[in-house]
Design a protein around this ligand. Structure first.
Ligand code: AMP
Ligand code: ZN
Ligand code: FE
Ligand code: FE
Length: 288
């Protein structure tokens, strides 16, 4: 029996459409992620780094070599109503200069925000070295997890979750909110690129129905249902909502590296192959 059949029997999915590499806050290089996906018997891998497509070229080369179908993606951070709201874009065109220029603006804003949070930590007496944070981000899309890793190295926190709870979550004095960026803008940006916009981890928005009333008329085409960290009850609720709103149900693990966060192991969340075909069909329609 081949790897693929064994994995199916173990209930692992062959399709994972939500993963991160070290182009943003994942731990693995894009090629290493593709290699791991191949070892785990995944046939389709979506890479969705935060606000960057820089990991896609090397992932594409490795995917070709290993016979894995790469779904090029991106995960845009937006500011919802008092909450973060993440929009995934599938079959993104990473050669689109206008789109890439917007991503450069997001990167600059991220660097500014992270520098200000490190300044606040320093002012509170925690000797986090900004240079070390840039190093941990390896010139990629920097984020709070990189500060968390620097705090962990210094022994200030017990783990990454502890860093978020004590310093990096909204409401903590160190926390710096990001410049408002409405989700409708992200949808327009993705649609202009030809990428299929999908709502990530919908329960993070607080009120899913409210989010959909805003986002569907603005062009949302899918929503995560098979999300690694969601249980069967949550999935059933989202599946019904996706059907009611005529949204493509998608999903994935939101893998950032092995053991980084519980419930987010690569390939742990089965996504039907038909989902990929449906996303591809909408992408083709958008590119026309
Ligand atoms: P940022 O992009 O700088 O706003 O940081 C958001 C990233 O931090 C997301 O990728 C999350 O996966 C990660 N994150 C948010 N909350 C936590 C947490 N409590 N523990 C670990 N990672 C988290
Ligand atoms: Zn992340
Ligand atoms: Fe997210
Ligand atoms: Fe994610």
């Amino acid at each position: 029996m081949g790897v693929i059949e064994e994995d199916v029997e173990e209930g692992r999915s062959l399709v994972d459409l939500h993963t991160h590499t070290h182009a943003s806050d994942g731990l693995l290089a894009p090629a290493a992620l593709v290699e791991l996906a191949s070892q785990r018997g995944l046939s389709v891998l979506g890479i969705t780094d935060h606000d960057t497509v820089d990991g896609l070229p090397s992932a594409r080369v490795e995917a070709e070599r290993r016979g894995v179908t790469l779904v090029p993606g991106v995960e845009l951070s937006t500011t919802g109503v008092g909450r973060e709201l993440h929009i995934l874009g599938y079959f993104v065109d990473d050669q689109d200069d206008v789109f890439v220029r917007h991503l450069c603006d997001f990167a600059a804003e991220r660097r500014d925000r992270i520098a200000r949070m490190v300044e606040r930590l320093n002012a509170e007496g925690y000797p986090v070295d900004l240079e070390r944070v840039w190093e941990l981000a390896s010139d990629g899309s920097v984020g709070r997890p990189h500060i968390a890793r620097a705090l962990l190295e210094l022994g200030v926190v017990a783990d990454i979750g502890d860093a978020f709870d004590r310093f990096l979550t909204r409401g903590r004095p160190v926390y710096v909110p990001r410049t408002p960026y409405p989700p409708e803008n992200a949808l327009a940006l993705l649609l202009a690129n030809g990428a299929v916009p999908v709502l990530a981890h919908p329960f993070s928005t607080g009120d899913v129905e409210h989010a959909l009333r805003l986002l569907v008329p603005a062009g949302l085409r899918g929503m995560e249902v098979f999300y690694g960290a969601y249980d069967d009850t949550q999935r059933a609720k989202l599946e019904a909502m996706a059907a009611a709103w005529n949204l493509i149900p998608t999903g994935g693990s939101d893998y950032h590296g092995t053991g980084v966060r519980e419930g987010r192991e690569l390939g742990n969340s089965p996504v039907p192959l038909a989902t990929v075909a449906r996303l591809r069909a909408v992408a083709a329609e958008l590119h026309r």
